[in-house]
Design a protein around this ligand. Structure first.
Ligand code: HEM
Ligand SMILES: *[C@@H]1O[C@H](CO)[C@@H](O)[C@H](O)[C@H]1NC(C)=O
Ligand SMILES: *[C@@H]1O[C@H](CO)[C@@H](O)[C@H](O)[C@H]1NC(C)=O
Ligand SMILES: *[C@@H]1O[C@H](CO)[C@@H](O)[C@H](O)[C@H]1NC(C)=O
Ligand SMILES: *[C@@H]1O[C@H](CO)[C@@H](O)[C@H](O)[C@H]1NC(C)=O
Length: 329
């Protein structure tokens, strides 16, 4: 009997290895019932240490999920045979608060060893960061596996530049089945956090190679920005992404309507007729923004690559380093 079944079982195993695992709320309610509250406590403490940790942790979900699905690949440190995502253009000298994820992982490994994936920790922490900043709370779907590899090149090919315009962003998000509404709502994550002058100076001094500033910037705001980011100043200096950078609210959209968006990718959502209606709606309807944001974060969290995965013991390294370069390019 077993010999008859064996090929069938092997086939099943092969299929399930290549099929995205199904995600559901309460995935750890039996195996690690304290997981969600443990993550929330770590995020809460991190925000007390430094309020910006909320924004920096939340951003990790976007950068993880867009590149080969939400698989914790973003968290992997480079190895001699793997240049990971941390060095990509959008991430280097920019992504931060990895230690918050490490802290949550350490707590969970003590509670329930090798049970909760790093990919799921990112998803839980992002949700908690938003909720603890005054934004909406939602039930996250869990059950992800951690990837065995990461690729700087994939991140460079996918992650959008702050110079991107609305039509580029609409097309990019469409590739992930994310609508214009999703794009605008998810960009509302810039309601919290900061960005570097590096991400802004082209707008102030040479928009689209014109040698001129972006005309969409409100003049008073532009004066403030040029003072913060002089032409040959320190590109690591940071500015607030909206007027209330530690509070998750719809101020970001009110700012866009007034020409006070920080990044070109922000302001373009109001300049472009294709997305403006959503900017206007969310600027007047915070509950509508929150609902759309939650919907967008759930869709973002559903992105999966179908590649093999594991539950990492340490979010920065794969369990067996010798399997690192399994994916060929
Ligand atoms: C629509 C396309 C997007 C572009 C072009 C973009 C670009 C950027 C850039 C350039 C920065 C500042 C980086 C720096 O100067 O070091 C930033 C910060 C941030 N982004 Fe985005 N982003 C986008 C969408 C998103 C999404 C979908 C999320 C989350 C769901 C997100 C969350 C954040 C957060 C929270 C920060 C602040 C991080 C901190 O303070 O450490 N962004 N983004
Ligand atoms: C910005 O900071 C990073 C380290 O965080 C450093 O490597 C880089 O050289 C700095 N860039 C500038 C222009 O100061
Ligand atoms: C938007 O950006 C894309 C690619 O960067 C460019 O080809 C296109 O002309 C731009 N569209 C507008 C309306 O500026
Ligand atoms: C987008 O939706 C189509 C049709 O439902 C599906 O085949 C495709 O895999 C989806 N793409 C992503 C990135 O989820
Ligand atoms: C502005 O950008 C254009 C095109 O990228 C470039 O050729 C030009 O040298 C830049 N001007 C300045 C002042 O940086």
């Amino acid at each position: 009997m077993l010999t008859l079944l064996l090929p069938f079982l092997l086939l099943l195993a092969a299929i399930s290895a290549a099929t995205p695992w199904s995600l559901r709320p309460g995935f750890y309610s039996e195996t690690c019932p304290g997981a969600e509250s443990a993550v929330r406590e770590v995020v809460k403490k991190a925000m007390i240490r430094e309020p910006r940790n909320a924004a920096s942790v939340m951003r990790l979900q976007f950068h993880d999920c867009f590149v080969n699905g939400c698989d914790g690949s973003l968290l992997l440190d480079d190895t001699p045979n793997m240049v990971g995502e941390k060095l990509s253009l959008s991430n280097i000298n920019s992504l931060r608060s990895f230690e918050v994820i490490d802290e949550a992982k350490e707590a969970l490994e003590k509670m329930c060893p090798q049970t909760v994936s790093c990919a799921d920790i990112v998803i839980m922490a992002a949700r908690d960061a938003v909720a603890l900043s005054g934004g909406p709370y939602w039930k996250v779907k869990l059950g992800r596996k951690d990837s065995l590899t990461a690729s700087q090149e994939d991140s460079d090919n996918i992650m959008p530049s702050p110079r991107a315009n609305a039509s580029f962003l609409i097309n990019l998000f469409q590739r992930f089945n994310l609508s214009k509404k999703d794009l605008v709502a998810l960009s509302g994550s810039h309601s919290i956090g900061k960005a570097r002058c590096f991400s802004l100076v082209h707008r102030l001094y040479n928009q689209s190679g014109s040698g001129q500033p972006d005309p969409a910037i409100e003049p008073g705001f532009r004066q403030k920005l040029t003072k913060l980011c002089p032409r040959d100043g320190d590109q690591n200096v940071t500015g607030d992404l909206d007027a209330t950078p530690t509070w998750f609210d719809n101020q970001y959209f009110k700012d866009l309507v007034l020409g006070r968006g920080f990044l070109n990718s922000d302001q373009t959502l109001h300049t472009s007729a294709a997305t403006r209606e959503w900017v206007l709606k969310f600027s007047e309807d915070e509950d509508g923004f929150f609902d759309a944001f939650v919907e967008g974060m759930l869709k973002l969290g559903d992105l999966q690559s179908g590649r093999p995965g594991e539950i990492r013991r340490n979010c920065r390294v794969v369990n067996d380093p010798s399997v690192n370069p399994v994916v060929c390019f």
